[in-house]
Design a protein around this ligand. Structure first.
Ligand code: DAK
Length: 257
């Protein structure tokens, strides 16, 4: 296998996974997605890691799947191997929180990968798009579904049918990203967020994430019932006792998971 196409940096309980094929604007090839999947699986198993940041470089988060790698593929080959599906979905399956820190291009599979994360912080130079129709296909890693849930039908149709890019301002206005920060501060901001989350009770962090995601899978009634059961269950944890005692005793909570 050639040189690794990701870089991993650890900051105590926060781990930063950087996509690293700058010569191809971080186009997501099979090797890179395999490495991303393996790294995420390792982070899920590693008790020290509490929060994951997925990022690229200033110019590109990722400009999509590697078109040069997939251009000659045949229909049955994609179908039969379910086109590298299992390598792509890991970010959406993580129980630990995962923040996408997006600078530059997040196009096609790059935008889809960012949307699989729990939330997106955008640098002021970020550009999002689903340009697959301009190369004769459609989004294939959840773009038609996730983008529509993020931004609504009209904007999703506009983006997907025209293939145009959206800048960071528009992405924030329509709810695709949680906030915009100066490009130079992107990683510091993401790490600050991650460190705050890492200090909380990880049971409540993981379960809150599961509850929010449930909103996309169920009716309001069923989702609220799910949330209530999870709320009840947290009273079986020491962290709930610690959090509430610390509030009453006017001291910082020390969560132990
Ligand atoms: N693939 C391969 N190489 C790419 C690339 C890509 N997506 N994007 C950029 N590059 C390469 C360029 O070929 C160029 O390489 P050299 O020619 O120098 O060797 C280098 O990166 C710099 O790119 P440019 O010269 O084009 O740079 P510009 O600044 O002029 O333009 C650009 C930047 C982002 C506007 C342009 O590079 C561009 O349009 N890129 C393609 C964007 C795109 O169409 N993306 C969507 C790809 S399709 C699925 C999973 C995933 C997917 C589908 C299914 N399953 C699990 C089922 C995803 C599909 C896609 O993402």
């Amino acid at each position: 296998m050639s040189q690794s196409s990701i870089i991993i940096e650890k900051h105590d309980e926060v781990v930063c996974l950087k996509l690293n094929r700058p010569e191809a604007l971080n186009a997501l090839n099979n090797q890179m997605m395999g490495e991303v999947k393996e790294a995420l699986e390792d982070f899920e198993r590693d008790d020290v890691v509490k929060v994951i940041i997925l990022t690229g470089n200033d110019k590109a988060f990722a400009a999509g799947a590697d078109i040069k790698e997939i251009a000659d593929k045949k229909h049955f080959e994609l179908y039969d191997r379910d086109f590298i599906q299992e390598r792509w979905e890991m970010a959406a399956r993580c129980k630990k929180p995962i923040i996408a820190a997006v600078s530059g291009y997040a196009l096609g599979g790059g935008c889809e990968l960012a949307m699989m994360c729990d939330y997106i912080i955008a640098a002021d130079n970020a550009k999002f798009g689903q340009p697959e129709l301009t190369i004769g296909v459609i989004p294939g890693a959840g773009g038609t579904q996730r983008l529509t849930r993020f931004v609504g039908k009209s904007k999703a149709m506009d983006m997907i049918l025209t293939g145009r890019m959206m800048n960071a301002d528009e992405a924030e206005r329509c709810g695709l990203v949680s906030r915009i920060v100066p490009t130079a501060d992107l990683l510091t901001e993401a790490i600050n967020d991650a460190q705050k989350i890492a200090k909380l009770s990880q049971a409540s962090v993981k379960l809150a994430k599961e509850c929010v995601n449930e909103a996309y899978e169920s009716t309001l009634d069923a989702g609220v019932r799910f949330e209530r059961r999870v709320f009840h269950s947290l009273f079986g944890t020491r962290d709930q006792k610690e959090g509430m005692s610390a509030f009453i005793e006017k001291r910082p909570a020390e969560f132990k998971d």
